[in-house]
Write a protein that binds this ligand. Structure first.
Ligand code: ADP
Ligand code: MG
Length: 459
C-alpha cells in the first residue's frame, strides 16, 4: 500500500524535479517505513540524504500528503539500498560537490574518525548574500574563517529558522578546510554530538570520545538549543567546551535564540556561551530578500541560460514571501522547474499561479484600499478621484499606479481589482498595469515613486 503510493509519487516527482535530478537523487531512495508522521528513507550515503532533504524534502512531503499519507517530515537512514542498479552517486555529482565528497580534508577527518558531519559544498561565503540584517554575523564569521588568532571565544550565532546560521557555519568550515588544511575543523549538530556521546557511553568508549574532541582545533556545534535539558549531554558538552577554550581553540555555536533565552540550559554553560561574541541574524528585509533571489537566479542562469523571468517577479516574491530564506529558495526552485517545463518566460501571472499555496501562507494582507489611500496621498489627489470617472492625466496616472501595485502586491484578480476602482472593467486594469510596466523602464521618476510606495506599503 505504502510502497505503491511511493512508486506513484516518484513518478510525480520526476515531473517536478526534472529527469536529471530524478535519476540522481530520487530513484535511489528506498522508502523503508512510515511511522508517526515520519517517512523513513534508506539512502546510500549521508550526503545524499542531506541533499535530498534540503532540495526535495518539501516536495516529497507535499506529495506524500496529497496522496493521503499522514506525513509531516522525512528521515534518512544510511544503509545498503536494495535496489540500486546504478553507478555510485558521487560519480554523478557536479564537479564541485564531487570534490567535496572526496576532498583530502574530509578523508583526513574520516581517517582520524573525528565525528564531524559532512559539509554542504554550496554553503560558502561566495553564495552568502550580505545585507543589513546579517552583516554583523557575516563579518564575525569571516573573521573566524581566517583561522588567525582567536579573537572571541565562543562565537555564538543565533537567529530564527532559515536565516543562514547553518550556511555561515558551513562557509567557515569550507573556507578553513581549503585554506588551513593543517587545522582540524569539526562541524556537527548538537543532536549529533549527543548521539556520539550516547554511543560512546554505550560502547564504553568515553576515553576515545573525549580524546577525539579534545584534539579538535575548531569546533562548531549547530543548534545547541537542542541539548538544553539533556543533563549528561549538556555536562559533557560543557567539559569539551571548557577543555577547548582552555587550549585557546576556537568554538562556534549556533542556536535559534539568545543564550539567555534558552531554558533549561545550566547557568554556568549559559554564562560561558555569553563570554565570547554573541551576534544575531535579524529577520530578512526586502532588500536582502531581493538580493538573495537575484543571486540565486544568476547562479541558475550559469547552468541553464534558457530561464527568462519577467521584470517585477523577483520584487514581487521578495515582497510577498517574508518568512525565512528557505521558503524563498523553495519558491524559486519551483519557479525554475516550472519555467523549464512550460518553456517560456515566467511572468507575474505564472509565478502567482505556480506559487499560490506559498503566497497564501505568507500573505502580508496588503489591501487594495490601503494601496489606493497611499497612492492618493503620494500624488496628492483625493481618494474619491482615484476611484471616480475622471480621466485627466494627473488623476489617471496615479490610478494606473495603484492598479499596478494592487496587481503586484495583492492576490486579487484583474476583475476584482476593477471592481474596487469604481467598477471598472478588467481590460482597463490590464491596460493600466501594462502602461506602468512600460513606463517604469524609461521613467526613472515613476520607478522611484513605485519603489517608495512599495516600501511604505510594506512597512
Ligand atoms: P538556519 O540554519 O539559520 O535555519 P540555513 O543556514 O539552513 O538557516 O539557511 C536556509 C537556507 O537559506 C539555506 O539554503 C541557505 O543557503 C539560504 N540562505 C540563508 N541566508 C542566506 C543568505 N544571506 N544568502 C544566501 N542564502 C541564504
Ligand atoms: Mg540550521
Amino acid at each position: 500500500m505504502m510502497n505503491q503510493s511511493w512508486v506513484q509519487i516518484r513518478e510525480n516527482l520526476e515531473a517536478t524535479v526534472g529527469k536529471n535530478n530524478y535519476v540522481n537523487w530520487i530513484e535511489p531512495l528506498e522508502l523503508s517505513g512510515l511511522d508517526n508522521g515520519v517517512a523513513v528513507f534508506r539512502v546510500p550515503t549521508n550526503f545524499m540524504g542531506n541533499w535530498v532533504s534540503r532540495n526535495f524534502g518539501d516536495d516529497i512531503v507535499q506529495l506524500l500528503k496529497s496522496s493521503g499519507e499522514a506525513v509531516s517530515r522525512l528521515e534518512f537512514s544510511v544503509g545498503a539500498v536494495r535496489s540500486v542498479k546504478r553507478a555510485p552517486v558521487a560519480a554523478k555529482l557536479p564537479t564541485s560537490e564531487a570534490k567535496a565528497v572526496s576532498s583530502p580534508a574530509v578523508q583526513k577527518s574520516a581517517a582520524q574518525a573525528v565525528p564531524g558531519a559532512p559539509l554542504d559544498a554550496r554553503f560558502t561565503f561566495d553564495s552568502f548574500v550580505v545585507g543589513k540584517p546579517n552583516e554583523l554575523a557575516h563579518a564575525a564569521a569571516r573573521r573566524v574563517a581566517e583561522g588567525g588568532e582567536v579573537a572571541f571565544n565562543p562565537l555564538f550565532l543565533y537567529g530564527g529558522v532559515g536565516l543562514g546560521k547553518t550556511h555561515l557555519m558551513h562557509a567557515i568550515a569550507n573556507q578553513l578546510r581549503t585554506q588551513r588544511p593543517d587545522l582540524n575543523v569539526v562541524y556537527l549538530s548538537a543532536e549529533q554530538f549527543m548521539y556520539k556521546f550516547v554511543q560512546a557511553l554505550r560502547d564504553k568508549k568515553m576515553m576515545d570520545f573525549k580524546q577525539l574532541f579534545r584534539a579538535v582545533d575548531i569546533l562548531m556545534v549547530d543548534d545547541v538549543q537542542f541539548i538544553a535539558g539533556k543533563g549528561s549531554t549538556q555536562e559533557e558538552f560543557f567539559h569539551t567546551f571548557n577543555a577547548l577554550v582552555d587550549q585557546n581553540k576556537q568554538i562556534i555555536i549556533s542556536a535559534d535564540r539568545a543564550p539567555g533565552e534558552i531554558k533549561e540550559l545550566e547557568d554556568r554553560i549559559r554564562s560561558r556561551m555569553q563570554s565570547g561574541l554573541v551576534v544575531d541574524l535579524h529577520p530578512t528585509d526586502y532588500e536582502l530578500r531581493l538580493g538573495i533571489l537575484q543571486h540565486k537566479v544568476e547562479q541558475h542562469l550559469i547552468r541553464d541560460s534558457s530561464l527568462v523571468i519577467a521584470d517585477g517577479v523577483l520584487e514581487f516574491l521578495a515582497h510577498r514571501i517574508s518568512t525565512n530564506v528557505r521558503v524563498l529558495e523553495g519558491a524559486l526552485t519551483r519557479l525554475f522547474a516550472f519555467g523549464s517545463l512550460v518553456g517560456r518566460e515566467i511572468t507575474l501571472d505564472l509565478a502567482q499561479d505556480c506559487l499560490a499555496d506559498v503566497l497564501r501562507s505568507s500573505d502580508r494582507k496588503i489591501t487594495v484600499d490601503e494601496i489606493q489611500r497611499k497612492v492618493s496621498e503620494h500624488y496628492n489627489i483625493r481618494l474619491s478621484e482615484m476611484i471616480g470617472p475622471r480621466r485627466v492625466r494627473n488623476i489617471a496616472r496615479p490610478r494606473q499606479v495603484a492598479m499596478y501595485l494592487a496587481k503586484q502586491l495583492t492576490t486579487r484578480s484583474l476583475p476584482d481589482i476593477g471592481r474596487r476602482f469604481g467598477g471598472r472593467d478588467h481590460t482597463t486594469v490590464m491596460h493600466g498595469v501594462k502602461r506602468i510596466e512600460e513606463l517604469r523602464v524609461t521613467d526613472s521618476q515613476l520607478e522611484d515613486d513605485l519603489e517608495l510606495l512599495r516600501r511604505a506599503l510594506e512597512a
